[in-house]
Design a protein around this ligand. Sequence first.
Ligand SMILES: [Fe+2]
Length: 255
Amino acid sequence: MKILCVSDHIDPLVYSTRLKERYGEVDMVLSAGDLPMEYLGFIASSLNKELYFVFGNHNLKQLHLFKRKRATFPAGDPFPHPALDNYYGSTYLGGKISKTRQGLLIGGLGGSMLYNGDENQFSDFQMYWKVLKLVPRLLWNRLVHGRYLDILLTHAPPRGIHDKPDPCHTGFKSFLWFMRKFKPRFLLHGHIHLYDMNAQRVTVYHQTTVINVYDHYVLTLPGIERKEPATIPQTEESGAAEIEQTEGTDQNLSG
Ligand SMILES: [Fe+2]
């Protein structure tokens, strides 16, 4: 199974008429924040694949639409129901956990460390609180699916992993605690721009692989087979027929 991850920067390789040619084989798309919704909409509709996203600390024009006390919808907004699971063809994952069609358990925690008091910035204490709100669903996952979570999608990195010393780019300690307790297979983050493509993107922390998906990154999950459409074999009576399988089933991720 392959996942196209995007974050922080509109990549000309992705924002291209050749997107499907280059990345048509991916099964899902994840965005780790700081990208305009129009870009996500382009990717989701071009690839026709599930896309999950969190907001970062920039490109927050639509963030208010996803808050509990929602502001009024902008006049002429072609997508008037962003609280539903399809906004620009994308599903918001901030503070939530979803089970994807491929059977992956994915949680999202957007935002960055508090540095100038603007929107979607949090202290470590506030992020701990957001993590705690996920605990009931995590316990449910453990009970029902045998694992807490497969992927934690964040904007900011964990403290001390890929982060920087300035307040804006400091990582969250709460993510370290989350990884130790709930052992997601991956933590995918953005926010830390990479100007040298040889810079470190991948670090293993306890049982979690932490990846900076800045720009774009194709993640391969070796334990999960791609779901191909089910086919009905051709018979003399029925002729050729193909049925697309739309329902996902749970996957064993222990491989
Ligand atoms: Fe950011």
